[in-house]
Design a protein around this ligand. Sequence first.
Ligand code: GDP
Ligand code: IMO
Ligand code: MG
Length: 433
Amino acid sequence: MSVVIVVGAQWGDEGKGKVVDLFTERADVVVRYGGGANAGHTLVIDGQKLVTHLVPSGVCHPGKSCVLGDGMVIDPHTLLEEVAQCQARGLLVRDELLIGLGAHVILPYHKLVDGLREDHGAKRGKAIGTTRRGIGPAYEMKAARRGIRVRDLLRPERLAELVARNLDDLGPVIEHLGGTRPSKDEVDGWIRDAVAAGERLRKHTGDAGRHVARAIAEGRHVLFEGAQGCLLDLDHGTYPYVTSSSTIAAGACQSAGIGPTQIDAVVGITKAYATRVGEGPFPTELHGDEGERLRKAGGEYGATTGRPRRCGWLDLPALRMGVRLSGMQSLALTKLDVLAGMAEVYICVAYQLDGRELDEPPTDPDDLARAQPVYTKFPGWGPLPSDARDVTDLPAPARAYIDAIERMAGVPFCLVSVGPDRSETIRLHDPFA
Ligand code: GDP
Ligand code: IMO
Ligand code: MG
């Protein structure tokens, strides 16, 4: 196996950063596909924390090629800040970074429109709860064939033309949403900043698709890092409460421009419970003290926006859907330690809707909002040993919980994570083997 995709199985924040960091030990190339700085991937190595938003989470393995695929939407200033942060830690100093020239660019007006839409929507109870990072507007412009790409940052005249055209389109939208059209000086400043950022990034840009294809042809190990999670997928997630990109495994092929026949393995990441940030139906959500307890125990606050994450019990119908959408052959289970100390834990094994039992979420969001979770109760367990390196090191009730998930999801675990640190991991199967 040489080409592996890692994908979030739920609504994001499953612990992809930690798992990608671990798997990068065996990879030569790590490719972020899809999304932008809406992602926040946390790595903890020997107690030191690093949060990546755009740069692949393989960054802590010096010398490994870190690629930003063409399917991404990149805020050049956030990327420069992140690169500087990495370099201050002695990372990305060996020319590891490659930014796809075809990736789209997020400029201040994309973020402005994202924020105005959210404010406007919130007044009508219709907000998505986006990260306000300009993701939706940037992908909209891409689909409308008016987008700005990394390659355009390197051609100031073309960039200025494209920005002017974007603002012709967006000016009335900004006003309709209660904002003020940016002044010429402001726009000129944005263009100047974008050109300067392009110049600084120029040496890292290139043909990411060919780079990845060549690595695969040479038999090197390539790891694709998904952002967000399957239930946030634009086509198959809980629309309209989704992000604007293809978050499922297929998105890796689209982003890198490689065929699905090149993929050897797909690994899904699932938490031992469920979280969601932003609006949208979440059948197993726990409110009040119960939800707060999970949030506190799991440190469930957004790595990008700091928002408290909504927390609930593990949702098997949602997980089954993720497994199906991405063709996952194995799963990594994270945050099992967070459930320790609870007298009992629950798994939603199905939904009840209009007298029928469903094994996957209904496709209509209103139906999903009405679906009633059917729970199975499991006995709880005490603190997990953080030096657990084998499932036999875990208390019997925790093992029973894992076995039940494996059985009901129909996919084996390749890894169980029992703490945020790189070391706090039980490795069961190497996806590159
Ligand atoms: P991502 O977006 O999927 O990469 O996940 P985030 O980084 O947004 O959120 C996952 C959070 O859980 C981070 O703070 C991680 O450090 C932390 N984490 C990952 N695995 C574990 C685990 O097994 N146990 C605990 N307690 N924390 C974990
Ligand atoms: P990682 O990669 C969790 C959610 C937002 C919102 C919806 C749309 O860290 O798992 P957007 O800004 O993308 O237009 O917001 O998607 N969302 C995420 N939730 N983790 C993420 O990324 C997310 N990226 C976007 O909260 O509900
Ligand atoms: Mg995250």
